[in-house]
Design a protein around this ligand. Structure first.
Ligand code: ISL
Length: 526
């Protein structure tokens, strides 16, 4: 039997920026509940909600103080229960974001751990004595800039944090940590969630000797966080041999509820990502990060798709955009051309086996919005003062209606809307059959209805790497012109047009000419 999530469309809700139900300028679960019918109409199967747990919100909620509760700012547990009930009523499933790599420094465990070297919670985190020179125990750096260690004067040791100092890493070698998270999984599954997106799924296990990472680049001491982080090969802090095995216990729990485990395995090598899903003993699926980092280039796109499929087949989640990376239209050049390319790229992803993941606003063709440093909320910017390095431009509030507050809030939005226009709004686009929203909805419908695109049919590459990227699945063909000029594809016969990103109807072939950034889904004629 095919898993319910195979072939499904997942929609990432960055809850703080999706819909504000109480006018405080911050998105919440009451607002999300009110917009579920529109997501169902769009053709969403799975709603992935980013963290809504109690949190000081230093990293958008990925700094958690209680893994089994919902912060009041989002409406508390009753608001989540209502989202679950309505989503299920609408035929959708809900996946929640679990953050097992670290907690907030305000979590009771860390507050206790920090109180004394002898506290029983101490070893739930990673503490080490200073190096002989008094500095950090090794050369690891944080994703967010600076060392991955902070010194605690009261107890004379450093604690490890791969992200903010206020996000101390949990010690997954301590048996209580896996036990606590097994109980947390069960707690949410009993509440009715349908699965988990696992944050930093590749980071839970660290080299037991905490060896220095090899430096691969010399960078300036004032380099931005991403550059400084990229100066090392992350051989000992991430993606350790034992990392995929952590999820075997989770798998037995999740399978008892027919629940999905999809890992954020933020690695650019498909072969490394495949280790987490190939044997199907741990995670069911992993976000294919190469799909959200590939530029608009036929050979790069074709190679990434072919290599990712070859390593992990249908156990990958194809990602168009996310709350961490530049939106597809902006990645692909911006403006109308960027939007056309994003839709063509989505068409290529939508025909593949596995989970398809879009990020709120992808259905509208939204681009990144510049956020001035004085309005920054991303800690990467707040701590460095460098807006270019931040993720806020992909996290600005959803534009629902062409009015004050864009239907997102009646209050002051927590992040600025920037230069959003009336034509960017759901209200405007839903009513226009040729809008990005409706073309996305049509594509989701074709993916759902065409059995060859939803089932286990293998992918046969027809064209790889020249302007046209094209593949066949059973009787269906998916093709996109990723070049700058019109390009032809010889289909060898006539095909019915099931979907087109531009105006087309009826049949095509044996030879079809594709405009730049045009994509088609075709079905062979009997
Ligand atoms: O964002 C990245 C690169 O652009 C990744 O390094 C990313 O920060 C990392 O893979 C983990 O991301 C996840 O955990 C972070 C949180 O800030 C991100 O929003 C989340 O997606 C810490 O919890």
């Amino acid at each position: 039997m095919t898993a319910w999530w195979s072939g499904a469309v997942a929609y990432e809700v960055y809850v703080r920026s999706f819909a504000d139900g109480d006018g405080d300028g911050i998105g919440d679960l009451v607002g999300l509940r009110s917009r579920l019918p529109v997501l169902a109409e769009l053709g969403v199967d799975v709603v992935w909600i980013t963290p809504f747990y109690p949190s000081p919100l230093l990293d958008g909620g990925y700094d958690v103080t209680d893994h089994r509760d919902v912060d009041r700012v989002y409406g508390g547990l009753p608001a989540l229960d209502a989202v679950l009930a309505d989503a299920h009523e609408l035929g959708m499933r809900v996946v929640v974001d679990l953050v097992p790599n670290h907690t907030s420094s305000e979590h009771p465990w860390f507050r206790a751990a920090r109180s004394s070297r002898d506290d029983p919670h101490r070893d739930l985190y990673v503490w080490r004595d200073p190096a002989p020179d008094g500095g950090p125990p090794n050369n690891w750096v944080s994703h967010f800039g600076g060392p991955a260690w902070t010194y605690d004067g009261a107890t004379g040791q450093y604690w490890l944090h791969l992200f903010l100092p206020e996000q101390p890493d949990l010690n997954w070698a301590h048996p209580r940590v896996p036990d606590e998270f097994a109980a947390t999984l069960t707690w949410w599954l009993e509440r009715g969630v349908d699965g988990f997106r696992v944050d930093v799924a590749h980071g839970l296990v660290k080299d037991p000797q905490l060896r220095d990472n090899p430096r691969v680049l010399e960078v300036d001491t004032d380099a931005d966080a991403r550059t400084a982080w990229g100066a090392f090969e992350h051989r000992y802090d991430l993606d350790q041999e034992g990392a995929p095995g952590v999820y075997e216990r989770w798998r037995s729990i999740a399978d008892a509820y027919d629940a999905l485990l999809v890992g954020e395995v933020y690695l650019l090598d498909p072969a490394r990502v495949a280790r987490y899903v190939r044997e199907q003993r741990g995670l069911h699926s992993a976000l294919c990060i190469p799909s959200v980092r590939t530029r608009w280039d036929a050979r790069a796109i074709a190679t990434m798709l072919r290599d990712s499929l070859a390593t992990a087949a249908g156990n990958l989640a194809w990602v168009l955009s996310s709350h961490d990376d530049s939106r597809a239209p902006s990645r692909f050049g911006g403006g109308e051309e960027g939007r056309r390319r994003a839709l063509a790229y989505l068409t290529l992803l939508a025909g593949l086996p596995g989970l398809l993941v879009v990020y709120q606003g992808d259905e509208l063709g939204l681009e990144d919005v510049p956020v001035p440093v004085e309005h920054a909320r991303d800690p990467i910017v707040v701590r460095s003062g460098r807006p270019a390095a931040g993720r806020d431009p992909v996290r600005t509030p959803m534009p629902w209606e062409p009015a004050e507050g864009f239907g997102f809030t009646t209050g002051e939005p927590w992040l600025p809307f920037g230069d959003r226009r009336a034509e960017d709004t759901v209200a405007r686009q839903r009513g226009d059959p040729r809008s990005h929203w409706n073309r996305t909805r049509d594509l989701f419908r074709v993916r759902r209805e065409v059995r060859d695109l939803r089932g286990p049919a293998p992918v046969t590459w027809l064209r790889l790497g020249d302007p046209v990227v094209a593949y066949r699945r059973g009787g269906a063909v998916v093709a996109a012109n990723c070049g700058a000029d019109p390009a032809t594809l010889d289909l060898g016969a006539g095909f019915d047009v099931l979907y087109a990103t531009a105006e087309r109807c009826g049949t095509v072939g044996p030879v079809v000419e594709l405009a730049p950034a045009e994509a088609l889904v075709l079905r062979g004629r009997p």
